[in-house]
Design a protein around this ligand. Structure first.
Ligand code: TXA
Ligand code: MG
Length: 305
């Protein structure tokens, strides 16, 4: 049985020992739980890909404890990137920067860029500090499935493939970090999250920050859609409450309170699957603020069918 352990000092020490052995662990962050391994340990990095069932060219996010540690990982940090991380870290922002030579190309999926963030969750930062090395950590779900926001989600999904799961309670935010590509002349949002498009534009004092096409654009042809964030239930998306049919299937309201909806989204999708619900009607939030992130995840989850 996977050990779910309290994230007190004893638990953190146990987790760090596991990481030192090259094991992977379930790590709480403020967004979703991560499947974490020591960035400096090649075997641990390979293990992350194997446990997730993730293609090798799909890069991982590197987690650090302090903003200053970015310079050891980056070959180049733009002024805009510096302003962003100073304002948003620790927090749900991941920046893509050109990678220093020392960064394992296993973690970057073979790219010369690396994704980095300082998580807000104190337990995550304590583990990184005690280990003394950054942690590579994708979300702790099998590839394509729903991300975990509770320690027991990780234990159920990954079982004995993780040494321990540190229980840091429910993730505050509930959807993955905002990813901003800072290697471009104008930063671009690759994945919307709790740090919103408006916030990024305000911090950088420019309207020139764009959302990548796959976030704003029309749905790609179904064969092109990545299977992602996918529950077993079929999600039917609705823009208006008046469109939602009363056909007996459950309704997931993401419009009334998007912050609360994000917090509970993945737990709700998992609960529908546990109850063998075949279809769920989803009332979408408006495309503003955190609503972008919710709409992004929900449209990918719905497209899986
Ligand atoms: O909130 C989060 O970001 C969570 C927690 C655990 O920190 N992590 C997370 O990781 O969502 P993951 O692996 O599920 O998603 C990482 C995303 C992928 O879509 C990947 O393509 C993108 O980050 N990514 C990583 N490195 C990249 C790079 N060099 N260039 C472009 N995209 C990159
Ligand atoms: Mg993921």
């Amino acid at each position: 049985m996977t050990k779910v352990i309290r994230a007190d000092q004893a638990g953190i020490t146990l987790a760090v020992e596991a990481l030192r052995r090259g094991d992977v662990i379930g790590l709480p962050t403020e967004t979703v739980y991560g499947l974490a391994g020591d960035l400096s340990n090649v075997a641990a990095l390979r293990r992350i890909f194997a446990v997730k069932g993730r293609p090798h060219d799909h890069p991982l996010i590197v987690h650090i404890a302090e903003t200053q540690q970015l310079d050891a990982l980056a070959a180049d940090v733009s002024d805009a990137c510096r302003v962003l991380v100073e304002q948003c870290w620790p927090g749900p922002l991941t920046v893509i920067v050109r990678a220093a030579k020392s960064v394992s190309r296993i973690a970057t999926g073979g790219r010369d860029t690396v994704a980095v963030r300082v998580p807000a969750h104190l337990v995550a930062r304590a583990v990184i500090t005690e280990l003394g090395s950054p942690l590579a950590a994708p979300s702790a779900n099998r590839f394509g499935r729903v991300s975990p926001t509770l320690a027991h989600h990780v234990a159920r999904d990954l079982g004995d493939d993780v040494a321990v799961v540190l229980d840091g309670g429910p993730c505050d935010i509930g959807v993955e970090s905002t990813i901003v590509d800072c290697t471009l002349a104008q930063p671009q949002i690759l994945r919307p999250g709790a740090i919103t498009h408006d916030e990024v534009r305000r911090i950088l004092a420019t309207a020139a920050v764009t959302l990548a096409d796959h976030v704003t654009g029309p749905s790609r042809a179904s064969g092109m859609l990545e299977r992602h964030y996918a529950p077993a239930a079929c999600l039917v998306l609705h823009e208006q409450a008046s469109e939602v049919p009363t056909d007996g299937f459950p309704v997931l309201d993401c419009a009334s309170d998007p912050v609360q909806a994000a917090h509970g989204l993945y737990a709700s999708l998992r609960a529908f699957d546990d109850a063998d619900v075949s279809t769920v009607h989803v009332l979408l939030p408006r495309a503003e603020g955190l609503g972008y992130a919710l709409r992004d995840r929900l449209s990918k989850a719905a497209a899986a069918h």
